[in-house]
Design a protein around this ligand. Structure first.
Ligand code: FAD
Length: 813
């Protein structure tokens, strides 16, 4: 075994081998994979070997498509058969709600280049002869479904990597990982030590244990999973003889089942409701090529449905039931990327569909390690989407929920209950008493809307029970004054004598003067967005004492801290702290809000003294707050930041002062309705690391001419010169009873030319609004657009100026 390597990959399952292959293919050949046993000694060997392109996140779907396209290449490179059978498949809907969901999947496929087609149950039965068409209301055909040999694929990756110069060491167990003072990693094994610049944790079933070697508690949990294999079936033999082809894959969502042919019989697997975690706290190191005891009672309810939906199963025997463990993150997507605070330590774990996702994970991670960027939008897989709040017990609750809902519909207004409430703010009970309906963001309970007694969300793809109540919340903001809790924003404090210089380099905006705020895009080296913030200069006028406050997306706190910390100067001249819930937030907005604010503070909040984008510390009632004159509602408004011990006092003071103005509470759904009519975008929807500031319409906040050589400056200048590829645009949709939720295709002149990033109903303007990206060439057209919603194309009109207060008079008044 070599003593030094650029990269050590820990784990020889499908994911570790894919990472190794991609690193070698990308030119890093001084890389070694350490496997404690034979390759495929975790969950990989007993997988059912199914693969498919469908994923709830379009960017993950793209990487799944890439994974499937890769198998031919690694087979040729390695000479190792992968056993790939691209049979195609059908996705089956037994309910109208499921069919609506499937239509959304077909629509997404149009701009992802995934060939999906809605077909009738009878057409599905012609393709998959075992199903009873009477049990279904519709189906979708997917040509890119299939199955493969899990061991063959893993060995093909490993052999191809070796051919390219990488090393694989089997029977080499990593026992500890120690960081040296020079930043290199000592990877200590039962056979000696390897010193490496980078370590990749692809430990699969043992990813938690490998993480613990460096003090990391990863939010992953293994679940038992069963599939059965039948005896040979005459129906299968007859089909094979008649058509000369295999029986294609089927996913029966309402039965929570997947099926495929296995030799002369069938394989049927299920994600059962009565699921069971495996090795909840510690994975035993002596677990090897073993299976778990099957428990047919647990899967019996799903099998019953399966036998009804696929009647031929009633006349066949079960040859074998496989029960094996594999790991999940709380939301079921992989955990990939560099770990904040551990430079050179990377993870590629929690991959629950290794044969659909392993290639994409390897590609993204190798790009990231070698180029400094994953080269794709992998937010849905980024390990930084979780923070310390994703504890072991939280993970356990969420993974079990996710497993049991693997094939369930999640409606756009559906909030999932497991692992909640976890983080709450001091006004939680006060807002609950006023009818708050809670959602969750980065582990924190967030008020979505306020319901009268006895009313709650009725889950639907269409406008639902909250519609008129959200309209009322919007009306209180636009008509008088509304109050929202906004503690879910990320808040950062930046101090130190180097703060201004550092901010000038890391942010693309012009730095604001003391007492002022600005919108602050943050770019990567390639000139694309990696953040959008509000930056406030809290330094006293004419003082060198740097004190800055940044507010940004709460979801991305860990993501942004990883970026900030990786770019801090080594001399300690800048300190940045993520304040999390050490600072809570309240927002007030509406035409009467200044009058109301003046009643609870002695500070002069007149427009001349405290204009738009001013920021100052002031007391609200008795509570010391930081107040900025800015509002995501697009109305006259203020955002207030307050230590949690004062939040109730500030809230009560504002509510009391607001009484005479008819103050109303509003939640994040009303906030969405309000920002839509201002064309305001937000992080992770409109602003993501695949868009440049010009494309996203944030170029007006980029100080292209500023002296500081900010990160991404050259690339941003080039984008401005070349014009980019896309443009973010707002549309008014001729919708009937449903609004866009995001990821719908935008048609122009009969072809798909863009996609929706977010939208909804703008209650004040009484318009259905969609925001999305379209090709630059058509971005100035006003007509000819259509947006596909629940399987139907609706006419859409470009809305170039905000629907509400286009001249920004209200906000600046
Ligand atoms: C019953 C069942 C059916 C499935 N069906 C499918 C399917 O149809 N399609 C699909 O895509 N996925 C399926 N899966 C999931 C699939 O198996 C996983 O997604 C995949 O195996 C994950 O691979 P991995 O490399 O991350 O982890 P693993 O396969 O667990 O590999 C981790 C490897 O790391 C090694 N290791 C760990 N710690 C150390 C250490 N300290 N030192 C050295 N080596 C170490 C282990 O020995 C192991 O070989 C199924 C899983 C099960 C259980």
């Amino acid at each position: 075994m070599k003593s030094h390597a650029k990269v050590v990959v820990i784990g020889g399952g499908v994911v570790g081998c894919s990472v190794l292959f991609h690193l070698a293919r990308h030119g890093w050949t001084d890389v070694v994979l350490l496997e404690r046993d034979e390759l495929t000694s975790g969950s990989t060997w007993h997988a059912a070997g199914g693969m498919h392109t469908i994923n709830g996140d379009p960017n993950v779907a793209k990487l799944q498509k890439y994974t499937i396209s890769l198998y031919k290449e690694i087979e040729e490179l390695s000479g190792q058969a992968t056993g790939v059978h691209l049979t195609g498949g059908v996705l089956l809907a037994a309910t109208e709600a499921r069919l609506d969901w499937l239509r959304g999947v077909v629509a997404k496929g149009r701009y992802l280049g995934i060939d999906l087609e809605e077909i009738s149950p009878n057409e599905a039965a012609e393709l998959m002869p075992l199903l009873d068409p009477k049990q279904f209301v519709g189906a979708v055909r997917n040509k890119e479904d299939g199955h493969l040999d899990p061991s063959g694929v893993t060995h093909a990756y490993a052999k191809a990597a070796r051919k390219l110069g990488a090393d694989v060491e089997r029977f080499t167990k990593v026992e500890d990982i120690v960081r040296r003072p020079d930043g290199m990693w000592r990877v200590i094994t039962n056979k000696g030590e390897v010193v490496a610049e980078h370590v990749v944790n692809a430990g699969g079933l043992w990813a938690r244990e490998v993480g613990r070697m460096v003090g990391l508690e990863l939010p992953v949990l293994a679940m038992e999973h069963m599939y059965l294999i039948t005896e040979d079936m005459p129906e299968v033999a007859a089909w094979n003889a008649k058509t000369g082809t295999e029986i294609i894959h089927a996913v029966d969502f309402d039965g929570e089942l997947y099926l495929r042919q296995e030799r002369g019989g069938m394989l049927m697997g299920t994600y059962e409701k009565a699921n069971k975690p495996w090795s909840e706290f510690q994975t035993p190191w002596n677990f090897g090529h073993e299976l778990l005891e099957p428990d047919i009672d647990r899967i019996a309810p799903s099998l019953e449905v399966g036998f009804r939906h696929f009647p031929a199963f009633q006349n066949t025997g079960i040859k074998q039931i496989i029960n094996g463990p594999f790991t999940f993150a709380p939301d079921g997507n992989p955990l990939v990327g560099p770990v904040r605070g551990l430079p050179g330590f990377w993870v590629a774990c929690g991959v629950m569909a290794g044969f659909s996702q392993g290639g994409g994970v390897g590609l993204a991670l190798s790009n990231w390690m070698i180029e400094g960027d994953p080269g794709a939008d992998i937010w849905a897989m980024d390990v930084s989407r979780y923070g310390d709040w994703a504890t072991m017990a939280y993970t356990n609750a969420k993974v079990r929920e996710n497993y049991s809902r693997r094939f369930s519909i999640r409606f756009p207004n559906e909030e999932l209950p497991a692992g909640r409430p976890l983080k709450t703010t001091p006004v939680y009970d006060l807002l609950s008493a006023r009818g708050a309906q809670w959602g969750v963001s980065y582990g924190l309970e967030v008020p979505l809307w306020y319901a009268p007694e006895g009313v709650k969300d009725e889950f639907s793809w269409r406008r639902s029970s909250d519609f008129s109540h959200v309209a009322r919340e919007v009306a209180s903001v636009r008509g008088s004054v509304g109050l929202a809790e906004i503690s879910n924003f990320a808040k950062y404090k930046v101090t130190g004598e180097g703060a201004a210089t550092w901010l000038d380099r890391i942010l693309a905006c012009k730095l604001p003067k003391p007492g002022r705020m600005t919108l602050a895009p943050m770019l990567k080296e390639d000139g694309r967005l990696i953040g959008d913030f509000t930056l406030a200069n809290l330094g006293a006028p004419n003082s060198n004492r740097g004190e800055w406050f940044i507010a940004g997306s709460g979801l991305a706190e860990q993501y942004h801290m990883r970026w900030f910390e990786a770019h801090l100067p080594a001399d300690g001249s800048v300190r940045i702290e993520a304040l999390g819930q050490k600072l809570t937030g309240l927002a007030i907005a509406g035409p009467k809000v200044r009058e109301m604010l003046a009643k609870v503070t002695r500070a002069d909040v007149s427009n001349s003294v405290f204009p738009f984008m001013a920021v100052a510390k002031m007391d609200i009632g008795m509570a010391p707050c930081l107040v900025g004159r800015v509002s995501y509602t697009g109305d006259l408004g203020y955002e207030m930041w307050v230590a949690p011990e004062y939040q109730r006092a500030a809230f009560q003071a504002l509510m009391a002062a607001g009484e005479e103005f008819g103050i109303g509470l509003f939640g994040s759904r009303a906030l969405n309705a309000l920002r839509l009519e201002k064309n305001y975008g937000s992080w992770a929807r409109e602003y993501r690391p695949i868009y440049g500031p010009l494309e996203a319409g944030l170029d007006r906040f980029v100080a292209y001419g500023k002296e500081a050589d900010f990160i991404g400056k050259q690339a941003a200048l080039a984008e401005r010169k070349q014009g980019g590829r896309l443009r973010l645009r707002t549309f008014i949709v001729e919708a009937d009873d449903a609004d866009v939720i995001g990821d719908e295709p935008i048609w122009f002149d009969g072809a798909v030319r863009g996609w929706v990033t977010s939208g909804g109903y703008a209650h004040h303007s009484k318009k259905s609004v969609a925001i999305g990206y379209v090709a630059k060439e058509i971005a100035d057209e006003s007509d000819g657009f259509e947006i596909e919603l629940l399987g139907k194309r609706h006419a859409a009109r470009m809305q170039p100026v905000p629907l509400f207060d286009a001249n920004f008079e209200r906000m600046r008044a």
